[in-house]
Design a protein around this ligand. Structure first.
Ligand code: SAJ
Length: 420
Protein backbone atom coordinates (compact mmCIF):
# COMPACT_ATOMS: atom_id res chain seq x y z
CA UNK A 1 0.00 0.00 0.00
CA UNK A 2 1.45 3.39 -0.87
CA UNK A 3 1.11 6.39 1.40
CA UNK A 4 -1.62 8.94 0.75
CA UNK A 5 -2.13 10.46 4.19
CA UNK A 6 0.73 11.22 6.58
CA UNK A 7 0.51 12.58 10.10
CA UNK A 8 3.45 14.24 11.84
CA UNK A 9 3.17 14.53 15.61
CA UNK A 10 5.19 17.45 16.97
CA UNK A 11 5.55 20.53 14.76
CA UNK A 12 8.88 21.87 15.97
CA UNK A 13 12.29 22.27 14.35
CA UNK A 14 12.14 18.76 12.84
CA UNK A 15 8.44 17.90 12.59
CA UNK A 16 7.33 21.00 10.68
CA UNK A 17 10.04 20.83 7.97
CA UNK A 18 9.35 17.09 7.56
CA UNK A 19 5.59 17.64 7.30
CA UNK A 20 6.22 20.41 4.76
CA UNK A 21 8.58 18.17 2.73
CA UNK A 22 5.89 15.46 2.37
CA UNK A 23 3.23 18.08 1.59
CA UNK A 24 5.44 19.58 -1.11
CA UNK A 25 5.30 16.15 -2.81
CA UNK A 26 1.48 16.39 -2.90
CA UNK A 27 0.82 14.08 0.05
CA UNK A 28 -2.05 14.90 2.39
CA UNK A 29 -0.31 15.84 5.61
CA UNK A 30 -1.83 16.61 9.00
CA UNK A 31 0.58 17.99 11.55
CA UNK A 32 -0.43 17.52 15.17
CA UNK A 33 0.78 19.65 18.05
CA UNK A 34 -0.49 20.47 21.53
CA UNK A 35 0.55 24.11 21.01
CA UNK A 36 -2.58 25.94 19.78
CA UNK A 37 -0.51 28.98 18.75
CA UNK A 38 1.71 26.79 16.50
CA UNK A 39 -1.34 25.11 14.98
CA UNK A 40 -3.09 28.44 14.25
CA UNK A 41 0.08 29.98 12.80
CA UNK A 42 0.66 27.04 10.44
CA UNK A 43 -2.97 26.97 9.34
CA UNK A 44 -2.54 30.63 8.28
CA UNK A 45 0.39 29.48 6.11
CA UNK A 46 2.95 30.99 8.45
CA UNK A 47 5.63 29.51 10.70
CA UNK A 48 6.42 29.87 14.41
CA UNK A 49 10.14 28.98 14.20
CA UNK A 50 13.11 30.47 12.35
CA UNK A 51 14.56 28.30 9.58
CA UNK A 52 15.66 29.48 6.12
CA UNK A 53 13.19 28.64 3.30
CA UNK A 54 10.76 26.82 5.60
CA UNK A 55 8.28 29.72 5.41
CA UNK A 56 7.91 29.44 1.62
CA UNK A 57 7.46 25.66 1.61
CA UNK A 58 4.85 25.81 4.40
CA UNK A 59 2.96 28.67 2.74
CA UNK A 60 2.75 26.85 -0.59
CA UNK A 61 1.76 23.56 1.08
CA UNK A 62 -1.00 25.17 3.17
CA UNK A 63 -2.35 27.26 0.27
CA UNK A 64 -2.32 24.16 -1.96
CA UNK A 65 -4.43 22.30 0.61
CA UNK A 66 -1.75 19.64 1.29
CA UNK A 67 -0.74 20.67 4.81
CA UNK A 68 -3.07 21.19 7.78
CA UNK A 69 -2.33 21.47 11.48
CA UNK A 70 -4.50 20.19 14.31
CA UNK A 71 -4.37 19.69 18.06
CA UNK A 72 -6.03 16.29 17.78
CA UNK A 73 -4.66 13.18 16.01
CA UNK A 74 -6.36 11.91 12.86
CA UNK A 75 -6.36 8.64 10.96
CA UNK A 76 -3.39 8.31 8.54
CA UNK A 77 -1.36 5.75 6.57
CA UNK A 78 1.84 6.77 8.35
CA UNK A 79 2.70 8.57 11.59
CA UNK A 80 5.97 10.27 12.41
CA UNK A 81 6.64 11.15 16.03
CA UNK A 82 8.98 14.16 16.27
CA UNK A 83 8.44 15.45 19.81
CA UNK A 84 11.14 16.69 22.21
CA UNK A 85 13.12 14.27 24.40
CA UNK A 86 14.79 16.50 26.98
CA UNK A 87 16.51 15.17 30.06
CA UNK A 88 15.25 15.19 33.62
CA UNK A 89 16.81 14.66 37.07
CA UNK A 90 20.46 13.61 36.79
CA UNK A 91 20.57 13.77 32.96
CA UNK A 92 18.09 10.91 32.43
CA UNK A 93 16.09 10.92 29.19
CA UNK A 94 12.55 12.19 29.66
CA UNK A 95 10.28 10.12 27.41
CA UNK A 96 7.03 11.72 28.62
CA UNK A 97 6.34 13.55 25.30
CA UNK A 98 6.99 10.38 23.26
CA UNK A 99 4.69 8.38 25.55
CA UNK A 100 1.97 11.03 25.26
CA UNK A 101 2.34 11.08 21.45
CA UNK A 102 2.15 7.27 21.20
CA UNK A 103 -0.91 7.18 23.43
CA UNK A 104 -2.54 10.01 21.45
CA UNK A 105 -2.25 8.25 18.07
CA UNK A 106 -3.11 4.76 19.39
CA UNK A 107 -6.92 5.28 19.28
CA UNK A 108 -6.87 6.36 15.59
CA UNK A 109 -4.41 3.68 14.34
CA UNK A 110 -5.80 1.54 11.53
CA UNK A 111 -4.58 -1.85 10.27
CA UNK A 112 -1.64 -1.41 7.83
CA UNK A 113 -0.37 1.84 9.35
CA UNK A 114 3.31 2.63 9.81
CA UNK A 115 4.55 4.37 12.98
CA UNK A 116 7.99 6.01 12.96
CA UNK A 117 9.81 7.47 15.93
CA UNK A 118 12.17 10.30 14.87
CA UNK A 119 12.88 11.90 18.25
CA UNK A 120 16.39 11.36 19.63
CA UNK A 121 15.87 8.51 22.08
CA UNK A 122 17.66 6.03 24.33
CA UNK A 123 18.27 2.51 23.01
CA UNK A 124 15.05 0.47 23.29
CA UNK A 125 12.69 3.45 22.89
CA UNK A 126 11.12 2.12 19.66
CA UNK A 127 10.31 -1.20 21.32
CA UNK A 128 8.81 0.82 24.19
CA UNK A 129 6.66 2.83 21.75
CA UNK A 130 5.43 -0.43 20.20
CA UNK A 131 4.63 -1.73 23.70
CA UNK A 132 2.62 1.42 24.56
CA UNK A 133 0.70 1.13 21.28
CA UNK A 134 -0.01 -2.58 21.84
CA UNK A 135 -1.26 -1.87 25.36
CA UNK A 136 -3.77 0.69 24.03
CA UNK A 137 -4.83 -1.41 21.02
CA UNK A 138 -5.24 -5.09 21.93
CA UNK A 139 -7.34 -5.48 18.74
CA UNK A 140 -4.25 -4.93 16.54
CA UNK A 141 -0.97 -6.89 16.25
CA UNK A 142 2.50 -5.28 16.50
CA UNK A 143 5.99 -6.41 15.40
CA UNK A 144 6.99 -7.64 18.88
CA UNK A 145 4.01 -10.04 18.73
CA UNK A 146 3.53 -10.90 15.07
CA UNK A 147 6.88 -10.04 13.43
CA UNK A 148 6.58 -9.60 9.68
CA UNK A 149 2.83 -10.31 9.82
CA UNK A 150 2.05 -7.44 12.20
CA UNK A 151 -0.93 -5.18 11.49
CA UNK A 152 1.16 -2.14 12.43
CA UNK A 153 4.78 -1.57 11.39
CA UNK A 154 7.11 0.36 13.69
CA UNK A 155 10.54 1.87 12.95
CA UNK A 156 13.12 4.29 14.32
CA UNK A 157 14.42 6.81 11.76
CA UNK A 158 16.45 9.61 13.35
CA UNK A 159 16.80 13.04 11.81
CA UNK A 160 20.31 14.41 11.34
CA UNK A 161 19.67 17.85 9.85
CA UNK A 162 21.72 20.89 10.82
CA UNK A 163 19.67 23.84 12.11
CA UNK A 164 20.02 26.64 9.56
CA UNK A 165 20.28 24.15 6.67
CA UNK A 166 17.30 21.94 7.46
CA UNK A 167 15.45 22.27 4.14
CA UNK A 168 18.53 21.17 2.20
CA UNK A 169 19.84 18.48 4.56
CA UNK A 170 16.39 16.94 5.07
CA UNK A 171 16.29 16.03 1.39
CA UNK A 172 20.00 15.39 0.67
CA UNK A 173 21.31 13.57 3.77
CA UNK A 174 21.33 9.77 3.88
CA UNK A 175 18.79 8.42 6.31
CA UNK A 176 19.28 5.59 8.82
CA UNK A 177 16.19 3.36 8.85
CA UNK A 178 15.76 1.08 11.86
CA UNK A 179 12.70 -1.10 11.46
CA UNK A 180 11.60 -3.55 14.17
CA UNK A 181 11.42 -6.08 11.30
CA UNK A 182 12.72 -5.99 7.70
CA UNK A 183 9.16 -5.27 6.52
CA UNK A 184 9.00 -2.25 8.86
CA UNK A 185 12.30 -0.99 7.37
CA UNK A 186 11.10 -1.48 3.80
CA UNK A 187 7.90 0.45 4.51
CA UNK A 188 9.79 3.25 6.24
CA UNK A 189 12.25 3.51 3.32
CA UNK A 190 9.31 3.71 0.93
CA UNK A 191 7.89 6.58 2.99
CA UNK A 192 11.09 8.67 3.10
CA UNK A 193 11.78 8.03 -0.57
CA UNK A 194 8.78 10.28 -1.26
CA UNK A 195 11.12 13.26 -0.81
CA UNK A 196 14.57 11.87 -0.09
CA UNK A 197 17.45 12.33 -2.53
CA UNK A 198 19.94 10.76 -0.10
CA UNK A 199 20.02 7.02 0.48
CA UNK A 200 17.98 4.99 2.99
CA UNK A 201 20.44 2.82 4.93
CA UNK A 202 18.65 -0.03 6.66
CA UNK A 203 19.41 -1.52 10.08
CA UNK A 204 17.42 -2.54 13.18
CA UNK A 205 15.78 -0.11 15.59
CA UNK A 206 18.32 -0.44 18.43
CA UNK A 207 21.29 0.22 16.13
CA UNK A 208 19.49 3.22 14.58
CA UNK A 209 18.79 4.65 18.05
CA UNK A 210 22.44 4.22 19.05
CA UNK A 211 23.59 5.65 15.71
CA UNK A 212 21.86 8.98 16.34
CA UNK A 213 23.33 9.22 19.85
CA UNK A 214 26.75 8.24 18.49
CA UNK A 215 26.80 10.96 15.83
CA UNK A 216 26.18 13.74 18.33
CA UNK A 217 28.48 12.22 20.97
CA UNK A 218 31.26 11.99 18.38
CA UNK A 219 30.96 15.72 17.75
CA UNK A 220 30.74 16.51 21.48
CA UNK A 221 33.87 14.49 22.28
CA UNK A 222 35.77 16.16 19.46
CA UNK A 223 34.71 19.66 20.52
CA UNK A 224 35.70 18.76 24.11
CA UNK A 225 39.17 17.88 22.82
CA UNK A 226 39.43 21.35 21.24
CA UNK A 227 38.07 23.02 24.39
CA UNK A 228 40.52 21.14 26.59
CA UNK A 229 43.35 22.23 24.30
CA UNK A 230 42.23 25.85 24.69
CA UNK A 231 42.65 25.59 28.47
CA UNK A 232 46.06 23.95 28.17
CA UNK A 233 47.24 26.51 25.61
CA UNK A 234 46.08 29.44 27.76
CA UNK A 235 48.26 28.08 30.58
CA UNK A 236 51.22 27.52 28.27
CA UNK A 237 50.99 30.89 26.52
CA UNK A 238 50.26 29.25 23.14
CA UNK A 239 47.71 30.52 20.62
CA UNK A 240 45.28 27.59 20.38
CA UNK A 241 43.92 28.71 16.99
CA UNK A 242 47.33 28.70 15.43
CA UNK A 243 48.11 25.37 17.10
CA UNK A 244 44.98 23.72 15.67
CA UNK A 245 45.63 25.19 12.23
CA UNK A 246 49.13 23.73 12.27
CA UNK A 247 48.11 20.32 13.65
CA UNK A 248 45.33 20.07 11.04
CA UNK A 249 47.99 20.22 8.31
CA UNK A 250 48.69 16.58 9.25
CA UNK A 251 46.78 14.41 6.75
CA UNK A 252 45.06 12.38 9.49
CA UNK A 253 44.36 15.12 12.06
CA UNK A 254 41.19 17.20 11.96
CA UNK A 255 40.60 19.03 15.25
CA UNK A 256 37.38 21.01 15.68
CA UNK A 257 37.23 24.56 17.05
CA UNK A 258 37.13 25.57 20.71
CA UNK A 259 34.50 28.02 21.86
CA UNK A 260 32.62 29.27 24.92
CA UNK A 261 31.07 25.79 25.43
CA UNK A 262 28.60 23.59 23.59
CA UNK A 263 25.00 24.67 23.18
CA UNK A 264 21.81 23.82 21.38
CA UNK A 265 19.32 21.14 22.23
CA UNK A 266 21.12 18.18 20.60
CA UNK A 267 24.85 17.90 21.19
CA UNK A 268 24.66 19.21 24.76
CA UNK A 269 21.88 16.71 25.58
CA UNK A 270 22.13 13.48 23.56
CA UNK A 271 25.45 12.13 24.91
CA UNK A 272 23.85 12.00 28.36
CA UNK A 273 21.41 9.39 27.03
CA UNK A 274 24.35 7.04 26.43
CA UNK A 275 25.80 7.87 29.85
CA UNK A 276 22.45 7.25 31.57
CA UNK A 277 22.16 3.76 30.06
CA UNK A 278 25.85 2.84 30.35
CA UNK A 279 27.23 4.73 33.35
CA UNK A 280 30.26 2.45 33.86
CA UNK A 281 31.40 2.22 30.24
CA UNK A 282 30.68 5.74 28.95
CA UNK A 283 33.64 7.40 30.69
CA UNK A 284 34.98 9.41 27.76
CA UNK A 285 31.52 10.53 26.69
CA UNK A 286 30.68 11.70 30.22
CA UNK A 287 34.01 13.51 30.60
CA UNK A 288 33.51 15.28 27.25
CA UNK A 289 30.15 16.59 28.48
CA UNK A 290 31.78 17.79 31.69
CA UNK A 291 34.64 19.50 29.82
CA UNK A 292 32.21 21.30 27.49
CA UNK A 293 29.79 22.22 30.30
CA UNK A 294 32.71 23.56 32.33
CA UNK A 295 33.93 25.91 29.60
CA UNK A 296 31.54 28.86 30.33
CA UNK A 297 32.85 28.99 33.91
CA UNK A 298 36.44 29.05 32.67
CA UNK A 299 35.51 31.88 30.27
CA UNK A 300 33.91 33.77 33.18
CA UNK A 301 37.18 33.48 35.11
CA UNK A 302 39.00 34.89 32.06
CA UNK A 303 36.56 37.83 32.08
CA UNK A 304 37.20 38.46 35.77
CA UNK A 305 40.98 38.38 35.26
CA UNK A 306 40.75 40.72 32.24
CA UNK A 307 38.54 43.16 34.13
CA UNK A 308 41.02 43.11 37.04
CA UNK A 309 43.83 44.00 34.60
CA UNK A 310 41.74 46.78 33.11
CA UNK A 311 40.91 48.21 36.53
CA UNK A 312 44.54 48.12 37.60
CA UNK A 313 45.73 49.85 34.41
CA UNK A 314 42.95 52.39 33.98
CA UNK A 315 42.48 53.46 37.58
CA UNK A 316 38.70 53.31 37.02
CA UNK A 317 36.25 51.92 39.56
CA UNK A 318 34.45 48.68 38.59
CA UNK A 319 31.12 50.52 38.52
CA UNK A 320 32.51 52.89 35.87
CA UNK A 321 33.62 50.07 33.59
CA UNK A 322 31.53 48.90 30.62
CA UNK A 323 31.75 45.27 29.47
CA UNK A 324 30.33 44.35 26.05
CA UNK A 325 29.33 40.75 25.29
CA UNK A 326 29.33 39.99 21.56
CA UNK A 327 26.75 37.31 20.72
CA UNK A 328 24.11 35.33 22.62
CA UNK A 329 23.09 32.58 20.17
CA UNK A 330 24.30 29.00 20.58
CA UNK A 331 26.18 29.15 17.28
CA UNK A 332 26.93 31.64 14.49
CA UNK A 333 24.32 33.39 12.33
CA UNK A 334 21.17 32.07 14.01
CA UNK A 335 18.79 33.58 16.57
CA UNK A 336 18.43 30.41 18.68
CA UNK A 337 19.39 31.09 22.30
CA UNK A 338 18.42 27.68 23.70
CA UNK A 339 21.08 26.05 25.92
CA UNK A 340 23.46 28.72 24.67
CA UNK A 341 26.80 28.98 26.51
CA UNK A 342 27.00 32.60 25.30
CA UNK A 343 23.73 33.35 27.13
CA UNK A 344 25.03 31.63 30.24
CA UNK A 345 28.23 33.70 30.19
CA UNK A 346 26.40 36.99 29.49
CA UNK A 347 24.14 36.27 32.46
CA UNK A 348 27.12 35.53 34.70
CA UNK A 349 28.83 38.74 33.58
CA UNK A 350 25.70 40.85 34.15
CA UNK A 351 25.16 39.38 37.61
CA UNK A 352 28.78 39.79 38.68
CA UNK A 353 29.64 43.16 37.15
CA UNK A 354 28.70 46.28 39.12
CA UNK A 355 29.02 48.57 36.09
CA UNK A 356 27.11 48.45 32.81
CA UNK A 357 26.94 45.26 30.72
CA UNK A 358 26.25 45.77 27.02
CA UNK A 359 25.08 43.01 24.69
CA UNK A 360 25.47 42.93 20.90
CA UNK A 361 23.31 40.32 19.14
CA UNK A 362 22.43 41.32 15.57
CA UNK A 363 19.97 38.39 15.21
CA UNK A 364 17.47 39.50 17.87
CA UNK A 365 15.39 42.65 18.41
CA UNK A 366 14.99 42.55 22.17
CA UNK A 367 16.81 40.94 25.05
CA UNK A 368 15.46 37.70 26.54
CA UNK A 369 13.82 37.94 30.00
CA UNK A 370 16.88 36.56 31.78
CA UNK A 371 18.93 39.57 30.62
CA UNK A 372 16.36 42.35 30.22
CA UNK A 373 16.78 44.90 33.00
CA UNK A 374 20.39 43.80 33.64
CA UNK A 375 21.93 44.65 30.26
CA UNK A 376 21.46 46.91 27.31
CA UNK A 377 21.16 45.65 23.73
CA UNK A 378 23.39 47.84 21.56
CA UNK A 379 24.85 47.95 18.06
CA UNK A 380 28.36 46.82 17.15
CA UNK A 381 29.50 50.41 16.69
CA UNK A 382 28.08 51.53 20.03
CA UNK A 383 29.79 48.68 21.86
CA UNK A 384 33.12 49.26 20.15
CA UNK A 385 32.96 52.98 20.87
CA UNK A 386 32.00 52.82 24.53
CA UNK A 387 33.00 49.48 26.14
CA UNK A 388 36.22 49.04 28.10
CA UNK A 389 36.27 45.23 27.93
CA UNK A 390 35.06 43.15 24.96
CA UNK A 391 33.93 39.54 25.34
CA UNK A 392 33.49 37.73 22.01
CA UNK A 393 31.12 34.81 22.55
CA UNK A 394 29.79 33.91 19.07
CA UNK A 395 31.54 34.10 15.70
CA UNK A 396 28.62 35.77 13.88
CA UNK A 397 29.62 37.01 10.41
CA UNK A 398 29.23 40.74 11.28
CA UNK A 399 31.65 40.27 14.20
CA UNK A 400 34.16 38.53 11.96
CA UNK A 401 33.85 41.41 9.50
CA UNK A 402 34.85 44.03 12.09
CA UNK A 403 38.04 45.73 10.98
CA UNK A 404 40.93 45.00 13.37
CA UNK A 405 41.58 48.73 13.60
CA UNK A 406 38.08 49.33 15.01
CA UNK A 407 38.80 47.06 17.96
CA UNK A 408 40.87 49.60 19.86
CA UNK A 409 40.27 47.90 23.21
CA UNK A 410 43.24 46.25 24.77
CA UNK A 411 41.09 44.19 27.10
CA UNK A 412 39.51 41.37 25.13
CA UNK A 413 38.31 37.86 25.91
CA UNK A 414 37.91 36.20 22.51
CA UNK A 415 36.39 32.71 22.87
CA UNK A 416 36.30 32.07 19.10
CA UNK A 417 39.69 33.45 18.01
CA UNK A 418 38.03 36.03 15.73
CA UNK A 419 40.01 39.10 16.70
CA UNK A 420 43.34 37.34 17.17
N1 SAJ B 1 30.75 23.91 18.22
C1 SAJ B 1 32.03 24.21 18.69
N2 SAJ B 1 33.09 23.91 17.89
C2 SAJ B 1 32.96 23.32 16.67
C3 SAJ B 1 31.65 23.00 16.21
C4 SAJ B 1 30.57 23.30 17.01
O1 SAJ B 1 32.20 24.73 19.78
O2 SAJ B 1 33.99 23.10 16.01
C5 SAJ B 1 29.58 24.22 19.07
C6 SAJ B 1 28.60 25.22 18.43
O3 SAJ B 1 29.03 26.54 18.62
C7 SAJ B 1 27.33 24.89 19.19
C8 SAJ B 1 27.43 23.38 19.42
O4 SAJ B 1 28.80 23.06 19.22
O5 SAJ B 1 27.28 25.54 20.44
C9 SAJ B 1 26.57 22.54 18.49
O6 SAJ B 1 26.58 23.07 17.17
P1 SAJ B 1 26.70 22.16 15.87
O7 SAJ B 1 26.70 23.05 14.70
O8 SAJ B 1 27.86 21.24 16.02
O9 SAJ B 1 25.44 21.21 15.90
P2 SAJ B 1 23.83 21.43 16.10
O10 SAJ B 1 23.52 21.22 17.54
O11 SAJ B 1 23.34 22.64 15.46
O12 SAJ B 1 23.31 20.16 15.23
C10 SAJ B 1 23.77 18.85 15.56
C11 SAJ B 1 24.26 18.17 14.24
N3 SAJ B 1 24.96 16.94 14.60
C12 SAJ B 1 26.19 16.66 14.09
O13 SAJ B 1 26.79 17.41 13.36
C13 SAJ B 1 26.80 15.34 14.45
C14 SAJ B 1 23.05 17.88 13.35
O14 SAJ B 1 23.48 17.14 12.20
C15 SAJ B 1 21.99 17.08 14.13
O15 SAJ B 1 20.85 16.80 13.31
C16 SAJ B 1 21.55 17.94 15.30
O16 SAJ B 1 22.69 18.13 16.15
C17 SAJ B 1 20.43 17.20 16.03
O17 SAJ B 1 19.28 17.60 15.88
O18 SAJ B 1 20.71 16.19 16.69
Amino acid sequence: MSFTTISVVGLGYIGLPTAAAFASRQKQVVGVDINQHAVDTINRGEIHIVEPDLDKVVKTAVEGGYLKASTTPVEADAYLIAVPTPFKGDHEPDMAYVEAAAKAIAPVLKRGALVILESTSPVGATEQVAAWLAESRPDLTFPQQAGEQADINVAYCPERVLPGQVMVELIKNDRVIGGMTPVCSARASELYNIFLEGECVVTNSRTAEMCKLTENSFRDVNIAFANELSLICADQGINVWELIRLANRHPRVNILQPGPGVGGHCIAVDPWFIVAQNPDQARLIRTAREVNDGKPHWVMNQVKATVADCLAQSGKRASELKIACFGLAFKPNIDDLRESPAMEIAQMVAQWHTGETLVVEPNIHSLPKALAGHCQLVTIDEALATADVLVLLVDHSPFKAIDGEAVRQQYIVDTKGVWR
